[in-house]
Ligand binder design. Structure first.
Ligand code: PEP
Ligand code: MG
Length: 493
């Protein structure tokens, strides 16, 4: 790896020299031979010793080398564990990434200082890479057939993620047009950001919540700048995906606590939703013909109870630091909800015995993202504290259209009457049982769906931070009375 990277960047040439240095190798060998450590432990100890040695040096240049040692040892550790090291680390100038496909963890590794956007040949708009890209405000175009044959490295590209257009070797006039377009868009964003402290209230006084979808505590930090008060979906799986091991209770507790501190309204943390297109580098999933219909989300948590309890204990402990609520993904049967809630109770009891504080009133709700949960919504609403509609999965399951498959992307349509009718039923079932209904699927940030969702009575819209100012502005420009009448025109007999 380093030999390849060193061809373009001298830093990696230095890394290569360090890796070849016998002092490093001997230090690891000695720990194995003399102290009986295994190789990973020996490497860890060596790294720790070297990093602290460099950090304590007088010379600033030498002190900065600690980061290099950390990087080198991280790379070695990944090789030992046979997991991928960040493939994008060599990037040190502004680029658009063109790839066959990216995994969600690839996206998590992108250096936003240099990556201006990405284009993939595979994937659909609600595949997780697109969602992550949106969350971090990165323009993306997925399902761009033939793009890999059309470009070579160093080509100049203009990408228009909104209109779905790509210009390769653009003419001067195109460059000028898009430079101007970008300038205008940046101005609108700044203006809306200025207005973002205004609440999401319709012109006739109906108030709804507009919350953020996030993947980490770091993303939560940005929310205050946009005057976002709550989180409608924290995809906790990113904490697992960015790690080299299942995060411990302590690690998770710290991460959830860091989010809890920062917000004054609901912080909805979804328990691990792995499987489908989301894998873990340190856990082997058996091959499945249909991963989206397979072993994923709550199914894994209920089967791997110890892992589930580790997460729940961390969530409960963090709940005294802020208004955390727990949400289960992919529920299809009332028995699953009951079992998951029983395990929450089991964890609560363990914490009580250990005199460890938690919020006794913590809310426990569920995603409604399967046809089964829509049809049985009334039953679920009696036992869940809240609903959040996951239109990304709900649309794929109702329409039998794989959300990540570009071949069928034209069939993927959340405006399909069957999806709209499902959303209506869920909201009605929730309200009939006096629970709030939110939406955290991408449909909640569709500018053309706002009026309809408002009119159907949705209580909470949750989306990537970048969309919040636009959607709030739309809501402020709507009248609730109009929206209700408009939603009625969509009613199925
Ligand atoms: C959804 O399915 O709509 C959702 C929000 O969850 P995810 O996209 O993570 O599957
Ligand atoms: Mg989902």
């Amino acid at each position: 790896q380093l030999e390849l990277l060193a061809e373009d960047n001298d830093i990696f040439g230095v890394h290569l020299e360090i890796v070849k240095d016998t002092v490093l190798t001997e230090s690891v060998h000695n720990r194995i031979l003399e102290q009986g450590m295994n190789v990973q432990q020996a490497l860890n100890e060596t790294a720790r010793e070297w990093i602290s040695m460099f950090k304590s040096m007088e010379d600033e240049y030498m002190r900065d080398r600690a980061a290099d040692i950390k990087d080198i040892c991280g790379r070695l550790m990944c090789s030992l564990k046979r997991i991928n090291y960040n493939p994008f680390e060599g990037i040190c100038e502004p680029v658009i990434i063109v790839a066959e496909d990216l995994t969600p963890s690839d996206t998590a590794n992108l250096n936003l200082k240099y990556v201006l956007g990405f284009i993939t040949q595979e994937g659909g708009i609600t595949s997780h890479v697109s969602i992550i890209a949106k969350n971090i405000g990165l323009p993306s175009l997925v399902g761009a057939a033939g793009i890999l044959e059309s470009v070579v490295p160093e080509d100049l590209i203009v990408m228009d993620a909104k209109e779905g257009r790509i210009f390769i070797h653009p003419e001067r006039s195109v460059i000028m047009k898009y430079t101007e377009k970008k300038r205008k868009l940046d101005r609108i964003k700044r203006e809306l950001a200025d207005k973002s402290m205004l609440p999401a209230v319709t012109s006739d006084g109906h108030k709804v919540s507009v919350y953020a979808n996030i993947g980490s505590a770091e993303e939560a930090e940005a929310l205050a700048t946009f005057h976002v008060k709550g989180v409608g979906l924290l995809r906790s799986e990113f904490l697992y995906m960015e790690n080299t091991h299942f995060p411990t209770e302590e690690e998770q507790f710290e991460a959830y606590k860091a989010v809890a501190y920062q917000l004054e309204e609901e912080i909805t943390i979804r328990t691990l939703d792995i499987g489908g297109d989301k894998t873990l580098p340190y856990f082997e999933f058996e091959h499945e013909e249909n991963p989206y219909l397979g072993w994923r989300a709550i199914r894994i948590s209920l089967e791997k109870k110890d892992m589930f309890k580790t997460q729940l204990r961390a969530l409960l402990r963090a709940s005294i630091f802020g208004p955390i609520r727990i949400m289960f993904p992919m529920i299809i049967a009332i028995e699953e909800l009951r079992e998951a809630k029983e395990i929450v109770e089991e964890c609560k009891n363990e914490l009580r015995v250990g005199n460890i504080p938690f919020n006794e009133e913590i809310q426990v709700g569920m995603m409604v993202e399967t046809p089964a949960s829509v049809i049985c919504a009334n039953e679920f609403a009696k036992e869940a504290d809240f609903f959040s509609i996951g239109t990304n999965d709900l649309t794929q399951y109702i329409l039998a259209v794989d959300r990540g498959n570009k071949k069928v992307s034209s069939y993927y349509n959340s405006f399909h009457p069957a999806v709209i009718e499902s959303i209506r039923r869920v909201i009605e079932a929730g309200h009939a049982n006096e629970i709030k209904v939110g939406m955290c699927g991408e449909f909640a940030s569709d500018e053309w769906a706002v009026k309809l969702l408002l009119g159907m009575g949705l209580d909470e819209f949750s989306m990537s931070v970048a969309s919040i100012p636009f959607i709030k502005e739309r809501i402020r420009n709507c009248s609730y009375q109009d929206a209700k009448m408009y939603a009625d025109t969509y009613k199925k007999e």
